[in-house]
Design a protein around this ligand. Sequence first.
Ligand code: ATR
Length: 279
Amino acid sequence: MKHYAVFGHPVAHSLSPRIHASFGRDAGIAIDYQAIDAGPDDFARLLAEFAARGGAGANVTLPLKEAALALCADVTERARRAGAANTLVRNGDDWHGDNTDGEGLVRDLTGRHGLDLRARRTLLIGAGGAARGVAPALLDAGIGDLYIVNRTPSRSDALADLLGQPGRVHPRHLGDIGSLGEFELVVNATSAARSDGLPTLPRSLVGRRMAAVDLNYGEAAVPFLAWGRASGAYAVVDGLGMLVEQAALSFARWHGTAPETDAIYGELRAEHAHLVTAD
Ligand code: ATR
């Protein structure tokens, strides 16, 4: 049996082992998929030990996605553009890196939630690893102008530079958020709800048929989605579907078959229903 794992810290509550086990059962593939707790200091060593034990593939989550990219011998174009890898494939003595987060988000929004992203004037709040992971895929999906605001302006400037589309991507100060006009898509890519709380988001951001999307799920998504709902957003979406879709894309890379995602999504959604996080 081939071995797979998710690396991160903290990782004990990761849903990935359960999602991959479910995909494996449906596909008739026996899968050994573990969660391995690794911090920045011991990630490289633990990943090498995993490879020595026959590790064939790994998912990487917070706070290791940038470090994972650096440990790969080669990476896909989308991982390079995101500056981060969430999916590693063992290739001989090397790791090959990919990033399925952005495509996972776009699939969830367009497929599961039926949103047409094309030409949507978009606000991305945050410029850390999560924002970097999804921004290229949103642009590729055909959104309109992309405004990026971040508490630390140098990071939104750096992300805009990395994306390389100056006519379309506009870094702005978080303090100027009230003067940016209306948006049709607002994406929360901050971890603010897990620390000091969301920055204040003015009602003036809310455009007609606006979708409010949080890359977080569970408790961490509650404040932003409550804002979206209270502001009259047309669609309110948390990161649970993105989690399932990025896992499905990793699974397809490793096993050569694309899993069906609705069953496990429905199961996880039912368990999160008490949080009332998404429509
Ligand atoms: P991740 O990989 O989850 O994006 P990260 O790289 O640490 O993690 O980035 C966290 C993001 O949440 C950043 O955009 C961060 O803003 P800074 O770059 O200024 O640190 C944002 N963030 C975290 N806590 C925040 C808060 N209380 N208010 C506003 N933004 C916050």
